[in-house]
Ligand binder design. Structure first.
Ligand code: GRF
Length: 189
């Protein structure tokens, strides 16, 4: 299966997917990075891994429909089967949702439906919950609202702060996402 990762920033999840494939632990072809932030670190990671990237600036387009049409063209060109959102900081519109129904997944750093949207890690600390975690779900038109595929719990200890909790959550994400991508591939042969 050919996958495209969409990311806007650091790309540590992108990197873990690259590494899993390299080590033979994820049997997929990571064919394309799509990035909406020229200059983002994830672009460098793609270059180093010799993975093609489509980088665009949303501001130079009239609307979401326009840039998503360009993205779709790339996805078709690379024959992408599955879209993996990994820190892509915008909602997906109908231009991509329709042709890729049930083929777009996202990873979110909380146990949804708790703490959707930005700053989920800070939101969990603020709320004082003792267990948070990571959710992988299918993407629909809403913000972190699609059907849940899998979840993993992370405990919040007395001494955790935003930094230490983010570290714990990222550590879980980096093994969890490749595993669930492999599961999706096995189920969609
Ligand atoms: C992750 O915490 C993910 O759950 C959220 O965005 C973050 C992306 O981190 N959607 P990175 O760019 O993969 O390092």
């Amino acid at each position: 299966k050919k996958i495209a990762v969409f990311a806007s920033g650091n790309g540590s999840n992108f990197q873990s997917i690259v590494d899993y494939i390299k080590e033979g632990k994820l049997k997929a072809h990571l064919a394309l990075l799509v990035c909406d932030k020229p200059g983002a670190k994830v672009i460098e990671r793609a270059k180093n891994a010799q993975i093609p990237s489509f980088v665009f600036n949303p501001k130079s387009y009239e609307s979401k429909e326009h840039f998503e049409k360009d993205i779709l063209q790339q996805l078709i060109e690379y024959e992408i089967d599955l879209i993996v959102l990994a820190g892509y900081m915008r909602l997906i519109g109908p231009t991509l949702l329709q042709p890729y129904q049930g083929k777009i997944m996202n990873i979110h750093p909380s146990l949804l439906p708790s703490f959707p949207g930005k700053n989920a890690i800070e939101q969990a600390l603020e709320a004082g919950v003792k267990i948070t975690g990571v959710t992988i779900h299918y993407v629909d038109e809403g913000m972190d609202t699609g059907p849940i595929i899998a979840q993993r719990a992370v405990e919040i200890s007395e001494v955790d702060n935003a930094e230490t909790l983010a570290q714990k959550i990222h550590q879980v994400e980096h093994t969890f996402y490749p595993e669930i991508i492999q599961q999706w591939i096995n189920e969609n042969k």
